[in-house]
Design a protein around this ligand. Structure first.
Ligand SMILES: *Cc1c(COP(=O)(O)O)cnc(C)c1O
Length: 391
């Protein structure tokens, strides 16, 4: 029997160096949405991402909501979204009173550019320069692209299609901080800096964390100026408290940013560890018949945030659900792909276009431990159990 050890799926990698920053927030009294760490964090992120402007926010979800708002998504509009994602990528569409239209994924679990194109060509018509969904009569305004598990989506194709139909593109890069393209049109450019607005998350399970938090990035500074303004209650006159629009309380706090300025300096080390562990898993899992570790896309430097294994029950002997139970029984935390969003109760009436591959991943995919502080020994233990459970 392999060694029994509790191994979590994905946990934060924190250092006591953060304490020095937290001490500073206490001594200065700057604990809320003002203070030096917010500006410092944004500047560090702008430099790292090579992007004109960033705005630090309370969460990835808040950033996605603000993105919808400043890109002009309105009541009764439609936004094309993937169904294979975490629901936070989709709910902001609903917050605006707009409706999501669900797209299938490709082999990389990211939105399928072929289906995206055929949906727009066959199911939509252009009326007065607007893209109208023939089935619902509503105008399509934007596309949300999620770089699932940190694997860069085919932005070259997606941006081409978006340009053809004059649609806005929001990149949900919440899982993809540090992922960039190494070839093609976007060589050297980070996920989240290619569409109109990109959004990152620093929730505790993401590659770096600020406890909870997010960041918007864009090469259109005017859009982010607006987002920044709306994120502090749209205060037009800060002295007399005049407000010409409805805003939100969405800005990041100085305490969160105090974590962020430390975490971002360690990101490249985290990625190096995640890549190394991915290679260890890959070598070992290749020898287990019926299990296949999904690759990250060619022409990219992925951050290797989450590892996805596909279970072929005919060859492996037990199915994905049985494997999930067995792993969790020995305290190796593993989980399936999210439930598809077009099948969630609030979205059952929304249009879903030719969803096929997403169902396959829902039934066959398993995420295995991938923390940036996962040791080589722990990788060996996970692999030993994967071998042990094969029938
Ligand atoms: C984590 C995540 C979000 C939301 O980020 P929060 O900071 O938790 O609000 C959105 N989309 C995807 C795909 C995510 O994984």
């Amino acid at each position: 029997m392999p060694e029994k050890r509790s191994i979590p799926l994905s946990v934060p990698n924190l250092s006591m160096d953060i304490v020095k920053n937290i001490k500073d927030t206490i001594e200065s009294g700057w604990v809320s949405t003002g203070g030096k760490f917010i500006k410092a964090f944004q500047e560090k992120m702008e430099k790292y991402l090579k992007v004109d402007r960033t705005v630090a926010v309370q969460s990835g979800t808040a950033g996605l909501h603000l993105a919808m708002r400043v890109l002009g998504v309105e009541h009764n509009d439609e936004v094309i979204v993937p169904t294979a994602t975490f629901i936070a990528a989709v709910n902001p569409v609903t917050y605006m009173g707009a409706e999501p239209v669900f797209m299938d994924c490709a082999d990389d679990i990211n939105i399928d550019p072929d289906k995206l194109e055929s949906f727009l060509a066959n199911e939509c018509k252009i009326v007065d320069g607007k893209v109208i969904n023939k089935q619902t009569g509503r105008e399509i305004k934007a596309i949300v692209v999620v770089h699932v598990f940190g694997n860069p989506a085919d932005m070259e194709r997606i941006m081409e299609v978006a340009a053809k139909y004059d649609l806005k593109v929001v990149e949900d890069a919440t899982e993809a901080l540090g992922s960039y393209y190494t070839s093609g049109k976007y060589k050297g450019q980070h996920c989240g800096t290619i569409g109109d607005i990109g959004v990152y998350s620093f929730n505790a399970n993401k590659i770096i964390t600020t406890g909870g938090g997010g960041l918007m990035a864009s090469n259109h500074p005017d859009l982010l100026e607006k987002a920044s303004f709306l994120g502090v209650q749209a205060k037009t006159d800060p002295l007399y408290y005049q407000h010409d629009e409805i805003g939100y309380n969405y800005r990041m706090t100085n305490i969160q940013a105090a974590y962020g300025t430390e975490q971002i300096d360690r990101l490249e080390n985290f990625i190096a560890t995640k890549k190394k562990n991915y290679q260890l898993y890959k070598k070992a899992i290749a020898k287990i018949d019926g299990l296949n570790l999904l690759p990250f896309n060619q022409g990219t430097r992925a951050n290797h945030w989450f590892y996805a294994v596909i279970v072929d029950e005919d060859k492996y002997g037990i199915d994905r659900d049985q494997l999930l139970i067995k792993l969790n029984d020995v305290n190796i935390q593993a989980r399936p792909l999210w439930g598809l969003i077009h099948q969630q109760k609030p979205y059952l009436d929304n249009q879903a276009y030719q969803i096929e591959k997403a169902h396959y991943f829902v039934n066959h995919l398993i995420n295995i431990p991938c923390s940036s502080n996962l040791t080589e020994k722990e990788v060996e233990i996970v692999v030993a159990w994967l071998k042990e459970f094969k029938q």
